[in-house]
Write a new protein. Structure first.
Length: 464
């Protein structure tokens, strides 16, 4: 009930903002130079809405902010989970290498019910990783090992299940659910798509990374890719007798596809020690052109997702916070900052544009936004693993062309790739494409060569 009340409160706040700002002050989203100051309606907002009073706070690690922005940055972070393994930043991160293990906890007892398949054990891993700015950070992931013995060749294969977390709240991560069982913020998104159940039933170990990182940086591909790769490193280091020679394959859809795609694209430069370890990655409903998607979402029924991603991005890039107006500061420090993926969709019901929350006329075309879009663009890289790409035929949110462009460009770079169009819109596409994706993953984990549907004129394969 408390969760329903909080979701309704979030919708009410957004609806009131939409009613307040779209009726009496037209012209909010009028065209303006990218570096223009506040428009008349934006000035009206700050003159009408008082700034929230926030307690003093220190700057983020590896950053220096003004006292005002430091207080705001602390206030927009998700509330702590109350569990130190998720909340506590290790003091010695600078002394560790990416993938080095910080802490391990046995979570078999709480994971058994959620695993649905008999398991031998489940380990919650905390490890050193790298944030979206290239600075030391920490990540968490859960390794689940089935009870059935592995009788196939080589080490037990590992499915890396990058779930579509799509959340701002720190308790919305799959590892928190595996460590604490059913809890107040538990959602089906902790389990769906059912890749974990499928992998365990096939005798594979399953690695479930919390790929948004400790700041819940939803949609940041560098945060996600680094955490996935460092989670693989941590598994190989923790249980080398079982997994140092295992095949790893990654499966992800939507927000989880960002993590799967980013890990494949970043592996060669970020984790060359894993060369040959990744045998495949699936991506469904994938965003590759963040600039285009931001403009497409803004001011329509998907604007809530854009606003949530903008807040998540500001956690990783706190310099963005200086563009928040008073209303934006109230919203960013409200219960919105603790929402899970199943609550974020309703935030877009009013179609409120991002300009409502900012002090500059065209925030999506500002130099800072353009810099972040450029940093997030991984399309010029070559996947370190074969790809299975699928997209819903009637996806009204994310253009299928993004997936088709990925297929074409990776084929030209010599990557073995397959592409499928599946029935439905974005949500239905997750289920419609699931069977094909896991069959492809199964073949890769069994050691079968990856098929390719690339045109014969594709470039010479890049050495693996």
């Amino acid at each position: 009930m408390a969760r329903i009340v909080k979701s309704l409160r979030t919708v009410v706040i957004t609806t009131l903002a939409g009613c307040l700002l779209t009726t009496p002050i037209p012209g909010l989203a009028a065209a303006a130079p990218a570096d223009a100051g506040p428009s008349g309606p934006q000035q009206w907002i700050d003159n009408t809405v008082p700034a929230p009073g926030l307690p003093a706070a220190s700057s983020p690690p590896n950053a220096q902010l003004s006292p005002d922005l430091a207080a705001l940055w602390r206030a927009v972070l998700s509330p702590p989970t109350g569990d130190p393994i998720f909340d506590s930043r290790p003091a010695n991160l600078n002394e560790l290498h990416p993938g080095d293990i910080v802490e391990v906890r046995d979570v078999t007892a709480t994971s058994t019910l959620l695993a649905a398949v008999p398991i031998q054990r489940a380990l919650l891993l905390k490890f050193r990783t790298t944030d979206g700015n290239g600075q030391p950070s920490f990540g968490t992931a859960t390794l689940v090992i089935p009870a059935a013995k592995w009788t196939g060749p080589g080490g037990r294969p590992v499915v890396v299940n990058t779930l579509p977390i799509n959340s701002l709240g720190s308790r919305c991560t799959p590892s928190y659910a595996m460590a604490h069982g059913l809890h107040s913020k538990f959602s089906v998104g902790d389990l769906i798509p059912p890749t974990t159940w499928w992998g365990l039933s096939r005798g594979y170990a399953v690695l479930i990374p919390d790929h948004e990182g400790p700041r819940m940086a939803y949609a940041d591909p560098k945060v996600a890719g680094h955490i996935v790769l460092d989670a693989i490193r941590a598994v190989r280091a923790r249980v080398p007798d079982q997994f140092s020679h295992s095949r790893f394959a990654i499966g992800g859809y939507s927000g989880g596809a960002i993590a799967s795609y980013a890990a494949a694209m970043l592996q060669r430069e970020y984790a060359p020690d894993l060369n040959g370890t990744l045998v495949g990655a699936t991506t469904g409903g994938l965003v590759t052109d963040f600039r285009n998607i931001a403009h497409k979402f803004n001011g329509n029924m998907a604007s809530g997702i854009l606003l949530v991603v903008a807040l998540a991005t500001a956690r990783e890039h706190p310099e963005l916070l200086r563009y928040l107006n008073h209303l934006g500061r109230w919203a960013a420090t409200s219960p919105v900052k603790d929402t899970c993926g199943d609550s974020n969709g309703p935030l877009g019901v009013t179609g409120v544009p991002v300009q409502v929350a900012t002090t500059i006329a065209d925030p999506l075309n500002s130099p800072l936004a353009q810099r972040i879009f450029a940093e997030w663009d991984l399309r010029g890289r070559t996947s370190a693993a074969p790809l299975y790409i699928y997209h819903a035929a009637w996806d009204i949110w994310i253009p299928e062309q993004d997936s088709r462009n990925l297929f074409t460009s990776q084929c030209a770079r010599g990557v073995r790739a397959v592409i499928r169009t599946v029935p439905g819109e974005h949500a239905i596409g997750m289920f419609a494409g699931f069977i094909g994706a896991i069959q492809w993953l199964d073949e890769r984990l069994q050691g079968r060569p990856a098929p390719s549907e690339c045109p014969a004129v594709a470039a010479t394969p890049t050495p693996r």
